[in-house]
Design a protein around this ligand. Structure first.
Ligand code: PLP
Length: 470
């Protein structure tokens, strides 16, 4: 510590503000709490602004009362059901409410868990289907050493992770150059007696469309009748399962469809809760093999658990119930319709400019994906980098094979993105476009032949590429 440092003086005159902090060494001594706070708090200002992060689906605004409830419950370890029975009853109630929202034949019969997010929920769901498949095969005296899982390239990376981590053959259906969702025919070619589950997405990660879930269900119903293979359909509704029930209640994607055995949804996406909560819901207890559910007694009482994490905060589970009770169907519907209207406005303005092609004109969810029409001499990575200068985080990326020639940008419209802000985003986007057009001939003359792969642009490009979140 510097000699001049006065421990009672202003924080900004103290040693901690002046001394080098060695990030590779565990600190020998502590700091005054105000100093520690101020150092970290100011350091975090280097991050992007949450509301301007249009890359992410994850909620960036909640009501003050919800934040108060989060603060009230932040000390509760959610796994301690014996000590915090009221908190754990909330989880159970949320599961049944979701069963109702997803049109389970009997919401009282659904079973499910709160997870950290959809990733954990998807892995747990697929693991249950893998185990159920193995049990069926063993009971029939058939081999059970070559499980496979069928899904499309439009899914989230967690599907690949599941196949890799749990030794399941991945039968991933490539995108078509001009079609970014599955077809039932694609699925049919790949399903066999060793298929543990088929995955379909409501609100695809790359483009924000929906797989034809009802058609895939009908295919699986037919396969069950013809061949006797009872292949479950898992719906990845990470973002869409909190949209469709409110925007299109008659759309059949959920437990109304016979083969839909399980659904995941991210509470922290359009469930409108801060990061840290997802949900896995099974149609009924028969879809979750009992030998996967552990009962532990070391917290007092016997309690069943089916999660990867043991300890976790209770706050986001409570915050989810706050939203269910505070908003209800009518409140969620009002917010969903507003987000969709804002997304539609963005979509239509981009389209009308003649500069962009909209990749998801159907707007299955409030996400706008678009590519540049023709070749103006720059690409989406340049536009993305320019928008960052104005504070907007709009990722640019390419689609997976065989649609990898498509380079696009994605704006996720969340509840805190008003029409007013979308107008400012559009203003900045078109200004960025004009600036790129204006500077082009100059750059060309300076660094022929390959101006757009200059090191600065390549760096901007790779930075923009990694901007894709969730
Ligand atoms: C976000 C997302 C996931 C992963 O969800 P997390 O809640 O971030 O773990 C999985 N699938 C889809 C379709 C997603 O949009």
């Amino acid at each position: 510590m510097s000699e001049t440092s006065d421990p009672y003086g202003p924080i900004h005159g103290r040693a901690s503000f002046r001394d080098h902090v060695d990030r590779g060494t565990f600190p020998a001594h502590g700091l005054d709490p105000d100093e520690a706070y101020e150092l970290l708090h100011t350091g975090l200002m280097l991050d992007g602004r949450e509301t301007l992060n249009l890359a992410s689906f994850v909620t960036t605004w909640m009501e003050p009362q919800a934040e108060q409830l989060i603060h009230d419950t932040i000390r509760k370890n959610h796994i301690d059901h014996e000590e915090y029975p009221a908190a754990s009853l909330v989880e159970e109630a949320c599961v049944h409410m979701l069963g109702d929202l997803f049109n389970a034949p009997d919401p009282a019969q659904v079973v499910g868990v709160a997870t950290i997010g959809s990733s954990e929920a998807i892995m747990l769901g697929l693991l249950a289907h893998k185990r159920a498949w193995r049990d069926r095969r063993r009971a029939a005296g058939l081999p059970s050493d070559r499980p496979n899982v069928v899904f499309g390239a439009e899914t989230h990376v967690v599907w690949d992770k599941f196949a890799n981590y749990f030794d399941v053959e991945m039968r991933k259906i490539p995108m078509k150059p001009d079609r970014f969702v599955l077809s039932a025919a694609d699925v049919e070619e790949r399903v066999d007696e060793n298929t543990i589950a088929v995955g379909a997405v409501l609100g695809t990660t790359h483009v924000g469309e929906a797989d034809p879930i009802e058609e895939i269900n009908d295919l699986l119903v037919r396969i069950k009748a013809d061949k006797g293979w009872d292949v479950p359909l898992h719906v990845d509704g990470a973002s869409g399962a909190f949209i469709a029930p409110f925007s299109e209640p008659d759309l059949r994607w959920d437990f109304r469809l016979e083969q839909v055995a399980s659904i995941n949804v991210s509470g922290h996406k359009y469930g409108l809760v801060y990061p840290g909560v997802g949900w896995l819901v099974f149609r009924d207890a028969s879809k979750l093999p009992e030998d996967l559910v552990f009962s532990v007694n070391y917290l007092g009482g016997a309690q069943p658990t089916y999660t990867f994490n043991f300890s976790r905060g209770s706050a986001m589970v409570q915050a989810q119930m706050y939203n269910f009770m505070r908003l209800g169907r009518s409140g969620y519907t009002a917010i969903v319709e507003t987000m969709l209207a804002n997304a539609r406005f963005l979509n239509e303005t981009l389209e009308a400019s003649g500069k962009f092609t909209i990749l998801n004109p159907g707007l299955a969810e409030p996400v706008v994906t678009f590519s540049i029409k023709g070749d103006p001499g720059f690409d989406v990575y340049h536009l993305s980098a320019r928008l960052r200068e104005d504070g907007w985080i709009v990722p640019a990326y390419s689609l997976p094979p065989d649609a990898d020639a498509v380079h696009l940008m994605r704006v996720v419209v969340r509840l805190d993105l008003s029409r007013l802000m979308i107008e400012m985003l559009l203003r900045d986007l078109f200004a960025a476009w004009d600036a790129l057009v204006a500077e082009q001939p100059v750059e060309r003359a300076r660094s022929k032949p390959d101006v757009w792969t200059s090191p600065a642009h390549a760096a901007a490009k790779s930075k923009a590429r990694t901007g894709l979140a969730q």
